[in-house]
Design a protein around this ligand. Sequence first.
Ligand SMILES: [Zn+2]
Length: 268
Amino acid sequence: MSFPRITVVVVTALMAVGAATAEGADLPGSSGSSGSAVPCTIALDAGHNGVVTNTYDPVTGVLMADYPNGKEDADALDIARAVRDRVEAAGFRVVLLKDTTEDNVTYRDRVDRAAAEDAVVGVSIHTTPGADGSAVYPQRVGGYRTGEGTDGQKTTVTSDDSVTAVESQRFSTVMAGARSVAELRGVPVGDLSFDGRPGLWGGNLPVISLIADTPWVYNEFGSATGGGAHGISAAEESRYVDGLSAGILAGLATSPQCSVAGSAGSVG
Ligand SMILES: [Zn+2]
């Protein structure tokens, strides 16, 4: 019954956020989008790797530690495929950065693919235990990871791309609003900490968000009964798909790079 009022609040917030960054000339997808019929592209990152991987990013030097995580792998891929279908139905182009749960793709592979596809945003999809675990994590200037580099020396990699961070934060705010409506609970734009986690560098940005030149939106869905390796229920999955899809479409509709949702025409 209270849905209409909530929706109005969210839409008003979206318009305010969208108006704050109405240019974005240096963002991905800027070139070739003026008057072009080519729809905007987004990259969907189903969380976790098919095998344990611990390599150093050749570009930044950060440790790229990733691993399979039980039922989360298939959940994230199912959700990514469902979101893809909805976003494509609205006329946008979607690239999945993982096609099967067995795929072995590093964070560098994923962000390079997103950039090569000229994605205007990358969206990471994860789940986690705990009903209070839902959150959206944006890129932030000054966000970092720190640990032992390939040369054995303490190394810190810090984010300094303000244009990308501003668009990531705008998109994350839109996403958090849409997800809050779909999940029937407040989904905050949050801050992560990786400090004290064995096998991972410390710091406060997901590695994929840190090394991406594309605006990135990192999502966790908190489950009361499962989450992460334990899996989420069909009802939870449905709410997550709804929220992500609505958030992506609202973010694209207010994107400085993209035409209004639906105007690109219907795409098979
Ligand atoms: Zn995860």
